[in-house]
Ligand binder design. Sequence first.
Ligand SMILES: NC(=O)C1=CN([C@@H]2O[C@H](COP(=O)(O)OP(=O)(O)OC[C@H]3O[C@@H](n4cnc5c(N)ncnc54)[C@H](OP(=O)(O)O)[C@@H]3O)[C@@H](O)[C@H]2O)C=CC1
Ligand SMILES: O=C[C@H](O)[C@@H](O)[C@@H](O)[C@H](O)C(=O)O
Length: 321
Amino acid sequence: MVSIPETTITSSDGRRSIPLIGFGTASETEGGDVVKAAVVEAIKAGYRHFDTASLYQTEKPLGEGINEALRLGLIKSRAELFVTTKLWCTSTEGHLVLPAMKKSLQNLGLGYVDLYLIHWPLKLNQEQFIPPIPKESIAAINIKEVWEAMENCVNLGLTKSIGVSNSAPRIIEEILSIAKIPPAVNQVEMNPLWQQRKLNEFCKKNDILLTGYSPLGGYNTQWGHNRVMECDVIQDIAKSRGKTPAQIALRWIYEQGVSFVVKSFNKERMKQNLEILDWSLTEDELNIISKIPQQKHVYLSGAMGEPSDIIAQLDVDLAFQ
Ligand SMILES: NC(=O)C1=CN([C@@H]2O[C@H](COP(=O)(O)OP(=O)(O)OC[C@H]3O[C@@H](n4cnc5c(N)ncnc54)[C@H](OP(=O)(O)O)[C@@H]3O)[C@@H](O)[C@H]2O)C=CC1
Ligand SMILES: O=C[C@H](O)[C@@H](O)[C@@H](O)[C@H](O)C(=O)O
């Protein structure tokens, strides 16, 4: 079993450990049983950090997988795991945060999560996330009110740490200016095609751990693309090093001093994705990767189906490099 290196983030118990590699659970095609079985296999392989969200509808099977792992004796206690979930945009209002947090815990069957993230700094007034989302259903987030409610979740012991996702410096600075408990993590799109150099620098300066999502570009998914896995530079390095393109992309992100979450429900591939710890990329290889033309992929405007100034601003904020 692979032992995954950890770093620490701010939490209600002072600094707490977080494994640098997390297991993603976003899937539109795989059912609950597949997710549950994958979680058990992932724990066998050595994953200890699990990423879910109310949006993904994988909280319940993740919780079931954790219970199964406990039953099988793969772990002795839930405390050996780091579980992240996220507040969806329909609940980003002060009075809606606590009920959403409690609902997530109920889905997971857990007494607390390790990290609760604001999924997108945005308010949606429409229950179903089925585009087109009319402009009238999109509102700006009242971040002060929402952050105070997130802090309340920490004070109630429902989450150990809080953070943001898909957030640019502008919103993070706003949070930092009012926070009693600062954000511990910012989870964003990050891979060799969107390297996030400036955001990484900004987060490091503010003691916020960047977590990269879609480190393989969301290969073969509806929301992702195949350009990372099919990138010539990545493929050439993979051939010359006897590694897979996925391993090169993951080793690259690992070497950026961030954490990342990668999803594979396939037993061999989830293991392969951990086999990146006992070798490193050379200066030359890092240099070539740093020259890959940058191309951000996740633009919320594309997903909404109707133009909105609020979404457009969010996309602009996130596109800086
Ligand atoms: N905060 C946010 O807004 C977002 C957060 N996320 C989080 O990040 C996680 C990871 O990102 P995600 O977008 O899923 O995409 P990833 O970049 O992790 O890619 C996942 C895809 O790659 C395939 N795959 C995984 N490993 C390999 C491999 N070694 N070789 C070939 N194919 C492979 C998977 O298929 P298979 O399972 O068949 O192996 C799956 O189709 C998500 O699951 C979610 O938890 C993701 C998007 C947005
Ligand atoms: O762009 C819109 C996408 O569907 C977005 O909502 C997801 O990528 C989500 O952030 C996730 O975590 O999977």
